[in-house]
Design a protein around this ligand. Structure first.
Ligand SMILES: Cc1cc2nc3c(=O)[nH]c(=O)nc-3n(C[C@H](O)[C@H](O)[C@H](O)COP(=O)(O)O)c2cc1C
Length: 334
């Protein structure tokens, strides 16, 4: 599947599961969506089908893998390719203790040879592209040479796309959450990498809060794309301008109401297939009406009731309620 990676929603553990991606896809037809990181071991020894299952509507969708064993990663990547994922991404940016104990994630920035070998073996076994997501460095790694050496070595083997979270990861003492906030953002470092290696596709990530800001960054620094994580999750309707403003596509933008109704239908279908609860889906939607009148009540209705619901009706109810509040407010303002 050929697609443009100018804009993507970041991989986020526990957040960007299949329900979340289905929801995001309703808001933007062209955004590239990522899975949560899945370890190669989990795919080889764990409930593979469940971990990999997705709706074809989510495509283009990138499977993000974690691990450091070339053969295992290659096996896991092949499973992903065979089931229909669009691309494989290696997580070389995660700073969590669990990941460090397994010697993968961000600490692999110090082992470009091993990362190259992982990419090489995956590429031998798979036809879909393999990309890297990393930081600008870790700990006291040299600010210039560290990232340059890593990218130079890994790109030699054929990886042409690097997503760079524009912060260092500090592997001692900071939690993953702190590691997304404390180390300062350094966009110029990503820009200088692109300047030095214009042959590579460089996607910038970290702290981007709007589509306009992302577009401006790629324009100013001649970058190939941008990736948004937290803001896209917490305020998902920002994705509604992506098709027009990033991909220059003239596609009708669905309203929040239309998206919520589609999700209610999705829930009805999903509940027929799986024994689960509506909250597993609606938890990703709580920001849909972010900062509009009635948003607090919308979140409350869903948070308090979705767990006990058997179909999408609770979402229809909450949505009718907030649309009514917005309508009345608009009448008063008129
Ligand atoms: C809850 C959460 C989970 C995350 N899980 C992953 C992950 O599985 N793989 C990964 O590469 N990055 C992960 N990240 C990092 C994001 O992909 C992204 O690089 C980071 O949040 C910076 O982008 P942002 O400022 O736009 O959120 C996670 C971030 C959050 C908030």
């Amino acid at each position: 599947m050929v697609f443009d990676d100018k804009f993507s929603v970041a991989p986020m553990m526990d957040w960007t599961d299949s329900h979340c991606r289905y929801f995001h896809r309703l808001i933007s037809s062209h955004a590239v969506l990522y899975t949560e990181m899945i370890t190669a071991d989990a795919l080889i020894y764990g409930p593979r089908e469940k971990l990999l299952s997705f709706n074809k509507e989510e495509l283009p969708c990138v499977l993000q893998l974690g691990g450091n064993n070339p053969n295992k990663l290659s096996k896991a990547a092949k499973y992903g390719q065979d089931i229909g994922y669009s691309e494989i991404n290696l997580n070389i940016g995660c700073p969590s203790n669990r990941v460090q104990n397994g010697s993968f994630g961000a600490c692999l920035m110090e082992s470009p040879k091993l990362v190259s070998e992982c990419v090489r073996v995956i590429q031998e076994n798979c036809q879909i592209p393999v990309t890297i997501k990393c930081r600008i460095g870790i700990d006291d790694m040299d600010d210039i040479k560290g990232l340059d050496n890593f990218v130079d070595q890994v790109s030699e083997i054929g990886t042409k796309l690097f997503i760079i979270h524009a912060r260092k990861a500090l592997l001692n003492g900071l939690s993953p959450k702190q590691n997304r906030e404390v180390p300062p953002l350094n966009y110029p470092r990503v820009a200088s990498l692109k300047k030095r290696r214009p042959d590579l596709k460089i996607i910038i990530n970290g702290g981007i809060e709007s589509i306009e800001q992302g577009n401006q960054l790629i324009l100013n620094h001649n970058l190939d794309g941008f990736m948004i994580g937290r803001e896209a999750y917490k305020n998902p309707y920002i994705l509604s301008t992506v098709d027009r403003d990033v991909f220059s596509k003239n596609i009708k933008q669905s309203s929040r109401y239309e998206i919520a109704m589609e999700m209610a239908n999705y829930i009805d279908n999903y509940m027929k297939k799986e024994v689960s609860n509506v909250h597993a889906v609606t938890r990703h939607m709580l920001g849909l009406y972010n900062s509009l009148p009635g948003a607090k009540e919308w979140r409350r209705i869903l948070s308090e009731n979705a767990r006990f619901s058997k179909n999408g009706d609770i979402l229809r109810l909450a949505t009718d309620n907030i649309e009514d509040v917005i309508h009345r407010q608009n009448l008063n303002l008129a």
